[in-house]
Design a protein around this ligand. Structure first.
Ligand code: PLP
Length: 468
């Protein structure tokens, strides 16, 4: 209600009550004003009433909700089910125009506003998480693998003489497919194992040798990954990419929640070449699967990706990110990051005590701040089929644990040969192991329960041996 309507309300309800209601409304307006003026995360998260008020206001800006609007085009935002209308907060027009997914739509000022705000909030969240040099960000409605594909497609024009992408080995099928679906040849650079620790990471010598001998569409590196792989050597890679003038795409799938990943990107973007950073919305912002955040210190490649997208797209991922970040606020977001950092220490400790009990050890992969691995060497030496441990956990309702048996075999994925088996991230890793991840929102309780079930599963495997 505007001030005239509040004044009229005073003819119906006690003046002092209306005046209070008006103050409360005006403090909500103040929050919206700050958001639109500063385009930053609000310091404190908004309550649901404020968010809904804002969403209703936004929806009323779209033509499908104009009173008396007559739609005579082929796409007029008509939605049959009231459930679907509600689920979309009456924002039906999606985002983008045929030539640019970032473009403002004449029929949908509200939806267009959502896209811009979601991008600004994601940018601010990235800065708060450690990528302080980030200056541009966009939320796009495809998940990480597809966002990588779009990014590589967007590079095609700038790199029209190149056919090959340098792929720093990450054993995740969507990453392999992202290169192939973009229509490029994948040049695999296997990882190397650290001689002192258990860590597996970038073979910088091999990378430089390749960069020296040919030209490439880009180098694709990865930060967030399963231990014992650690983040790629992002600053060194970005220095090489600057030296050889090759674009550098960083797959930071769930690294936005990790200070270490973000610090690596920040350092790399300051001293070397990072063209774009791609991250998942669901893995980092606690929203349903469906979107990615692109961020960078220069707008060049992000803009090219937005322009490469054919047609319009769903507004849902932007809407989910906007609502969630408004609801968290800067303090809520920072608190989640801090809690996760403490929780991963708890995971290391509790996994450590299970390891001790069963004669195993937690692998020394300190540089991976999200995922932790425990050896299964003793179990294996006693003749336990280590993959059973994973299935036992799954049947006990523990999801997300991964067992990687020590294999000296090769495996072929999408026609490409991966030494050491796909999933191992390198050839000849000396031990079998099981990994667990500590990602945003996981609680100490969940970890304790999970580790309890791991203990039960291992005991059961050993008992089955005794029975034989
Ligand atoms: C999750 C993940 C992907 C794939 O992401 P989607 O969002 O499922 O496309 C790619 N790379 C890494 C490192 C991941 O963790």
């Amino acid at each position: 209600m505007d001030s005239r309507n509040f004044a009229l309300a005073q003819g119906l309800v006690d003046r002092s009550y209306v005046s209070q209601a008006r103050q409360s409304r005006s403090s909500r307006e103040g929050l919206v004003r700050q958001l639109l003026a500063n385009r930053r995360l609000p310091e404190h998260g908004w309550d649901d009433v404020t968010i809904k008020l804002f969403l209703n206001e936004i929806a009323s800006m779209d033509s499908n909700n104009f009173p008396g609007n007559v739609g005579l085009g082929e796409r007029e935002g008509r939605v049959y089910s009231s459930l679907v209308r509600e689920r979309n907060f009456h924002l039906h027009h999606g985002i983008g125009r045929s030539g640019d997914i970032g473009a403002v739509q004449p029929k949908a000022a509200g939806s267009s506003l959502v896209v811009k705000i979601a991008g600004s909030l994601a940018l601010d969240a990235s800065k708060a998480a450690g990528f302080t040099n980030a200056k541009h960000a966009a939320v796009i409605p495809v998940a990480t693998g597809m966002a990588l594909t779009l990014t590589m497609c967007a590079l095609r024009e700038q790199r029209s003489s190149c056919r090959k992408v340098i792929f720093l080995r990450i054993d995740q099928k969507s990453c392999v497919k992202s290169v192939l679906t973009a229509g490029f040849e994948l040049v695999l650079v296997d990882n190397v194992k650290d001689t002192a620790a258990d860590e597996v990471s970038t073979d910088l010598e091999r990378l430089e040798a390749l960069l020296n001998e040919d030209d490439y569409v880009c180098v694709l590196s990865t930060t967030s990954c399963f231990a014992p792989r650690i983040p790629d050597r992002i600053p060194a890679i970005s220095a090489l990419c600057a030296k050889y003038d090759v674009p550098h795409i960083v797959n930071n799938a769930y690294g936005l929640q990790s200070r270490r990943c973000m610090n690596l990107i920040q350092a790399a973007a300051t001293t070397g070449r990072v063209d774009i950073v791609v991250q998942s919305t669901d893995k980092n912002f606690l929203v349903p699967v469906g979107g990615s955040v692109l961020s960078a210190s220069s707008p060049k490649l992000i803009d090219a990706v937005l322009k490469a997208y054919p047609g319009r797209a769903s507004a849902s991922p932007s809407l989910d990110v906007m609502i969630t970040l408004l609801s968290m606020g800067k303090q809520g977001w920072s608190r989640l990051l801090e809690v996760r950092e403490r929780t991963v220490i708890h995971l290391r400790e509790t996994l450590g005590s299970v390891a001790e009990e069963f004669g195993e050890r937690v692998l020394d992969t300190e540089e991976n701040e999200v995922s932790v691995a425990m050896s299964l060497s003793r179990a294996e030496s006693k003749g336990i089929n280590v993959t059973f441990i994973g299935s036992k956990l799954f049947s006990r309702f523990v999801s997300g644990a991964r067992v990687v048996p020590r294999l000296n075999s090769k495996s072929k994925v999408c026609g490409i040969t991966f030494n050491g088996g796909f999933g191992a991230h390198c050839a000849d890793y000396p031990v079998s192991y099981i990994t667990f991840a500590c990602t945003l929102g996981v609680t100490k309780d969940e970890i304790d329960i999970g580790m309890g079930r791991l203990r039960e599963s291992l005991s059961e495997c050993y008992k089955a041996l005794d029975g034989n």
